[in-house]
Structure formats: structure tokens, C-alpha cells
Ligand binder design. Structure first.
Ligand code: HEM
Ligand SMILES: *[C@@H]1O[C@H](CO)[C@@H](O)[C@H](O)[C@H]1NC(C)=O
Length: 352
């Protein structure tokens, strides 16, 4: 590691600590755990909650008695699907983000009825539903009516990350599946043309900090976008008759050739699209952020120091990605027995 990156790393550590002074609102609000736990560094909190018996909390041992084979069944399935089509790994991660972003991680993105989140404009290019369905079908054979679709999707996103060489994190379970899913709400998920203020607000209103925004945007180290969502940057940007000046000209040239049709796809990380690494941040430093929301993270003073720190250290990125995914995975979860249900088919509520 270069010496020059040390101050930035320190900064990152400070951000982590300050961000952890108000994390985990779900846990803190609903439990009587003393505030000493919430004052410890975030990454130490999850293990501290292992084996809790509060009935309204997630826990690591949640399926230990009722479906001990859950994680191994899921792992094998995710691996099988990704070996057939590695692009599904990125799609599963994005699907989890869209699920947690709307009504919390409650599987509401999976529901298929008229007017559900899945039918929204913002959901048009979501993929990976068949992977969740396949896992659910197997689990219904082995442990019927036990494992929620929300838990399946959360764990699948983790396993997909690991499959592409990203970090592992332990997922606490016990999310229940929501019964409400509304397209209009799904259209509030950022689509790539927002400003940094609205991105920060979007994350903060879900209990996540600026650091989580920057770190989780690093998921764009894999996966792709349809050209339709970035073509406005390539030609007549904001009526100037020219491409977006915050894009590297050579990269613009490449994109103009690659994106002749709106229906084409282009890699979000132009350098190492198939590997889960911190090159996404290095690309931002080179004006090669494909979505304008990616590039803006490097020009906004609230986020650029974090981009630099993450560009400087792969291991800091890996570690913090696991921590921030842990936070994403507990956003507004339904855990009380009277909340939600355990769906038997992830596409429909039980009394559909
Ligand atoms: C910060 C706000 C975010 C914005 C504005 C954003 C926007 C987008 C857009 C526009 C696409 C391309 C969709 C398409 O054209 O098909 C995309 C893809 C993707 N996003 Fe995000 N995203 C954000 C945050 C996240 C987060 C938090 C994650 C995961 C933790 C994530 C993971 C992904 C992945 C993996 C893909 C590739 C999907 C695929 O290849 O199927 N994004 N994102
Ligand atoms: C950011 O976007 C929001 C929502 O579109 C808008 O209301 C706000 O004025 C914008 N802020 C800045 C600083 O441009």
C-alpha cells in the first residue's frame, strides 16, 4: 500500500466509527439491548447478537433446528446457476438492493401480482427471480413453510458476491415476507440520474450512512447497464450538443460504438467487469464512472475522500462491503409473528 493512502484510510476509519453511532435502527428500536452495544464499532455488533432469543430479532441460529440444511442447499443452487450464467451474480445482488430499498428486506420485490414492485419501470431490468424460485422449490420439499423468501434473497446475494470473488459475511435470519408490494414505491429507487444529496437522503432514510452509499455503489464493480440509461451522457448532454464532460473522451468514444442501440448492454466496470474488486473506484478517478451517480461520488466533497480511500485499498473495500451489506440486509425487516408471513411461493402471497 502506498504511504500516501494512509491519511485516507484513517479518514475511512473515522467515518466508520462515526457512522456506527446510529446504525442498526431495527435492532436498537425493537430491543431492549443497552446502548453500549450500539456504541461499539458496527462490525462487532452482529456477533454480539448471535443466539439472541428476543422473538422480534433476526438471529444467526434461526433455522438451526427447523432447516439446518438451508444454507448448504442455497449455496449449491446459487453456485450452479452462476456457473451456467455468471451475469446472474450481479443480478441477484441488485435484486436484493431493490428489495431492501422498498418496504425493507421483505421479499416484496418478488411478488408478481398486477401493480406490484416487480411491474414498476425501475424493475424492468431486474433479473434472478428464477434462481430464488428454484431455491424456494427445493426448500419447500426439504423444510416446508419454513424459510422466508426474504431470507433466501438476502443469503443468495451474499453467496453471489462470494462466487465472484467478493467477501463473505454472516447473514442473520428470521425476516418474514411482506404482503404489500406497490409499483409506485419501487420507482423511488435511484436509477442513475440523481444528485448526491438525494442519494445520501435515500440511504439515510433507510438507516444507512454516506459511507454505506459509497461502499455499496462499489457493487457496480460487476454487472451491466442497458445503454438506454446512459445514452443521454454520450451525445447532447444537457443541451450542450456534446458528451458529458465528466466522462473520459476515449471512454465516450468506446461507449458511442458500444451503445448504438438502447437495448444493448455495457459493463458498469469497464476494466474488470467479471471480478469483484475495488477497480470501480479506480475507474471513477479516471473519469470512467458509467452511471452519472457513480461519477458524482468522486466530484462531491462529501463522498470523494471515501472514493479515494477505497480506490487505494482493496482490503478496506472488501471488509467494509461486507459490513455495509450487513446493514442493507436488515433494513426495515419484518420479524414479529404478527408481521408478514412465510410464503410458500415467492411470487405470490399465501392467500393470493
Ligand atoms: C447508489 C445508488 C444506486 C444507483 C443509482 C444504481 C443504479 C443502477 C443502474 C441504473 C443499474 C443498471 C440497470 C440496467 O440498466 O439494467 C444498476 C445495476 C446494478 N446495480 Fe445499482 N444502483 C445503486 C446502488 C446499488 C447497490 C446498493 C447495489 C448492491 C449492493 C447495486 C448493485 C447493482 C448491480 C450488481 C448491478 C448490475 C445488475 C446486472 O448486471 O444485472 N446498485 N444500478
Ligand atoms: C437534488 O435532486 C432533488 C430531487 O430531484 C432536488 O429537489 C434538489 O434540488 C437537487 N439538489 C441539488 C443540490 O441539485
Amino acid at each position: 500500500m502506498k504511504n500516501s493512502s494512509l491519511p485516507l484510510l484513517l479518514l475511512l476509519v473515522l467515518y466508520t466509527i462515526s457512522a456506527s453511532s446510529r446504525p442498526y435502527e431495527n435492532y436498537d428500536d425493537k430491543s431492549s439491548l443497552s446502548s453500549t452495544i450500539s456504541e461499539t464499532v458496527f462490525s462487532l455488533q452482529v456477533p454480539a447478537l448471535d443466539e439472541t432469543t428476543f422473538d422480534n430479532l433476526l438471529s444467526f441460529g434461526y433455522y438451526r433446528k427447523t432447516c439446518p440444511q438451508f444454507e448448504s442447499i442455497l449455496h449449491n443452487k446459487v453456485k450452479e446457476w452462476i456457473q451456467k450464467d455468471y451475469t446472474l451474480a450481479a443480478s441477484l445482488m441488485r435484486l436484493h438492493f431493490h428489495d431492501c430499498s422498498v418496504r425493507g428486506c421483505d421479499g416484496s420485490i418478488l411478488l408478481k401480482h398486477d401493480g406490484s414492485e416487480r411491474t414498476a419501470q425501475a424493475s424492468k431490468t431486474l433479473r434472478g427471480f428464477e434462481v430464488v424460485d428454484d431455491i424456494k422449490a427445493e426448500l419447500e420439499k426439504q423444510c416446508p413453510k419454513t424459510v422466508s423468501c426474504a431470507d433466501i434473497l438476502t443469503a443468495a446475494a451474499r453467496d453471489a458476491t462470494v462466487e465472484l470473488g467478493g467477501p463473505y459475511w454472516a447473514v442473520p435470519y428470521g425476516r418474514r415476507d411482506g404482503k404489500v408490494s406497490i409499483a409506485k414505491e419501487a420507482d423511488m429507487v435511484p436509477m442513475g440520474h440523481e444528485n448526491v444529496t438525494s442519494l445520501i437522503e435515500f440511504f439515510q432514510s433507510r438507516g444507512m450512512a454516506v459511507l454505506d452509499l459509497v461502499v455499496l455503489s462499489g457493487a457496480h464493480t460487476i454487472g451491466r447497464t442497458s445503454c438506454g440509461s446512459i445514452q443521454y451522457r454520450l451525445y447532447n448532454y444537457q443541451g450542450t450538443g456534446k458528451p458529458d464532460p465528466t466522462l473520459d473522451p476515449k471512454y465516450v468514444n468506446f461507449l458511442q460504438r458500444k451503445c448504438r442501440w438502447a437495448s444493448e448492454y455495457v459493463d458498469l466496470d469497464a476494466t474488470t467487469p467479471k471480478t469483484f474488486d475495488n477497480v470501480y473506484y479506480i475507474n471513477l478517478e479516471k473519469k470512467m464512472g458509467l452511471l452519472s451517480t457513480d461519477q458524482l461520488l468522486y466530484s462531491d466533497a462529501r463522498t470523494s475522500p471515501l472514493v479515494s480511500a477505497l480506490a487505494a485499498s482493496h482490503s478496506v473495500f472488501e471488509h467494509q462491503f461486507a459490513v455495509s451489506m450487513g446493514k442493507l440486509g436488515i433494513v426495515d425487516v419484518l420479524t414479529g409473528l404478527e408481521e408478514g408471513e412465510i410464503r410458500t411461493n415467492c411470487n405470490f402471497v399465501n392467500d393470493y
